[in-house]
Write a protein that binds this ligand. Structure first.
Ligand SMILES: [Mn+2]
Length: 243
């Protein structure tokens, strides 16, 4: 049995191969997982829980609900694309919405879980965007709009984000190490797991003379489907999603 972590599947009906792989992966872990943590950007965009059928996401809801029914504890964190995931979706899948950041205990050690974009502090523009879209007032005003209007806005935002990614430097879009250290110290942790940057990797460094580790999950779009599986001995493994 194990604890599974994944992020950045960016599910969208435009990417049927990724969608299919994700559904097969969920089925494959049903008998092996105790817990599944989805650390943001499960969906490429989300226009409110009432828009899930329109976007073709019923299969994901069903697959996650099946996982919950099988006894797997499913926890979902918002990413910077699917921050409008709400209580209705969470109830439908039988899961829990966890805040970003969240700490959990893993084999006697406290582990910090984040989506990761809040650590990309060099990208001032993204931090400003984050502040807007995470404000309850903004979210409330968006959710009041008709579904078609919400969809148009989501597609616009997605296009802008793709365009920005092409002109921003690689360094700008990665985490800022000072922000990593500061956040890990603030939460008193030596292990951090996050996604968002699409750079699956294990980084070792020191915090106050102690060994610290940052695990980065992959994105599923470009065959970067790096997930984390923590086995019953508590070993943390980062590897491709095996089906
Ligand atoms: Mn992201």
């Amino acid at each position: 049995m194990g604890i599974y972590f994944l992020s950045d599947t960016h599910l969208s009906s435009n990417q049927p191969a990724v969608y299919d792989k994700f559904l097969r992966y969920l089925r494959s872990i049903r008998k092996k997982a105790d817990e599944l943590y989805i650390l943001g950007d499960l969906f490429d965009y989300w226009i409110g829980d009432d828009g899930s059928t329109l976007l073709g996401h019923s299969p994901t809801i069903e697959a996650l609900a099946e996982l919950s029914d099988a006894g797997v504890q499913v926890s979902v964190m918002h990413g910077n694309r699917d921050f409008l995931i709400g209580p209705e979706f969470i109830a439908e899948i039988g899961g829990t919405l966890i805040p970003d950041p969240t700490t959990i205990e893993l084999n006697g050690q406290t582990v910090l879980l984040m989506h990761g974009d809040s650590l990309c502090t060099d990208d001032v523009e993204h931090q400003r965007y984050r502040e807007v879209v995470l404000s309850p007032q903004w979210q409330e005003s968006i959710l009041k709009l008709p579904i078609s209007e919400r969809l148009n806005r989501a597609l616009d935002m997605r296009a802008t984000s793709e365009k920005n990614k092409q002109v921003k430097s690689q360094r700008l879009m990665d985490v800022n190490q000072q922000s990593v250290l500061q956040t890990m110290k603030q939460f008193g942790v030596k292990i951090l797991i996050h996604g968002h940057t699409h750079r699956p990797q294990i980084h070792h460094f020191e915090i106050d003379g102690c060994e610290a580790t940052r695990y980065v999950l992959g994105d599923w779009g470009r065959n970067n489907d790096a997930v984390i599986v923590v086995n019953s001995e508590g070993t943390i493994n980062l590897h491709h999603a095996e089906i």
